[in-house]
Design a protein around this ligand. Structure first.
Ligand SMILES: Nc1ncnc2c1ncn2[C@@H]1O[C@H](COP(=O)(O)OP(=O)(O)OP(=O)(O)O)[C@@H](O)[C@H]1O
Ligand SMILES: [Mg+2]
Length: 299
């Protein structure tokens, strides 16, 4: 067998190539991304909303030229949506056609042959997990928001995560010829099973430090001048200390910066903060709290 593809050559290579593709990774993130590729282990990313979990998977795909296959998890997600399902309509049509073809000579329908036929690849609808396992090109498999599924779905994931294979009773076991780079994300709304955790590398992503957030802003909002970028970063950091219902994430900092440019605001003073706060805070109670704590009331 040929040698497995190397995703990143080193942690430094991961940092550089992720950076080129628009993702500014800190040392821990770059090292873990490198290891996930080198050890061919799934990577579990946990952390609050909007800190770049999903984006990291997309960035790995961009940086390595791999295609992204995404399984979006939700309550009620089942095998038929995650792995595969049989195309019943098509199977039924084939059975009807076979019956009709039996003909007046009384040839009868060879049920065994029909059975083998309708449980073949042609009648299989592949869903993300199976798709990723079967692909021969480099693939990043993103299993997004695992904590939103019912715990039973984790059972489905185990075979994929540990052996990179999927068993289809009628067809046999499909094993990956080329292992995908697997990223799972979770907001930790519930604990994942130990069995899943054990199979993964783990990385907790948190809000970036001021310097990194400044860099992310400069990169994503190139028209933003330095001074206002600094003000946005500092104000967002203060807001995050307030124990809000929903603390502002990186996505909100970026939105805020874009809002300020659109409104041609060049100085983020109290008035400007108060007038644009809805770009960053999405709950009325958070809004009121910020106005009080940051003393934004009109003089
Ligand atoms: N390190 C980073 N470098 C560049 N951009 C980043 C980085 N981290 C986050 N972002 C930006 O933040 C946005 C939100 O990130 P993302 O959607 O990945 O959050 P998430 O952690 O998956 O959140 P959720 O739990 O709500 O799904 C991204 O679209 C991206 O623009
Ligand atoms: Mg996400």
């Amino acid at each position: 067998m040929s040698t497995p593809p190397t995703w990143f050559a080193s942690p430094a290579d991961a940092a550089a190539r992720l950076g080129e593709s628009g993702y500014l990774a800190d040392a821990a993130t770059a090292t873990t991304a490198y290891l996930a590729g080198a050890l061919e282990k799934p990577l579990l990313l946990e952390g609050p909303a909007g800190v770049g979990k999903t984006e990291l998977a997309k960035a790995v795909a961009r940086a390595t030229g791999a295609d992204l296959v995404r399984l979006q998890c939700y309550e009620g997600l089942d095998e038929a949506r995650a792995l595969y399902e049989w195309n019943y309509k098509k199977q039924l049509l084939r059975i009807q056609a076979a019956n009709a073809g039996g003909g007046p000579e009384g040839g009868g329908v060879d049920w065994d042959a029909t059975h083998d036929d309708i449980f073949s690849d042609e009648f299989l609808l592949t869903r993300p997990l199976l798709t990723a396992i079967r692909r021969e090109e480099p693939t990043v498999l993103l299993i997004d928001e695992v904590d939103k599924t019912d715990i039973e779905v984790e059972g489905l994931l185990l075979e994929v995560l540990s052996d990179f294979q999927v068993t289809i009773p009628e067809l046999g076991t499909v094993t990956a010829t080329r292992r995908p780079f697997v990223v799972l994300t979770s907001n930790a709304s519930r604990e994942l099973s130990e069995a899943v955790k054990r199979r993964c590398l783990y990385l907790h992503l948190d809000y970036p430090d001021a310097a990194r957030e400044h860099e992310i802003l400069q990169q994503q909002v190139p028209d933003l001048d330095d001074r206002i970028a600094e003000q946005v970063v500092a104000t967002v950091a203060r807001l995050r200390e307030l124990e809000l219902k929903k603390a502002p994430s990186i996505a909100e900092s970026v939105d805020w910066a874009r809002t300020l440019i659109a409104l041609e605001i060049r100085d983020l003073d109290s008035t400007a903060i108060r007038d644009t706060l809805s770009a960053v805070l999405k709950h009325k109670s958070d809004h009121e709290r910020a106005v009080k704590e940051l003393k934004l009331n009109r003089a």
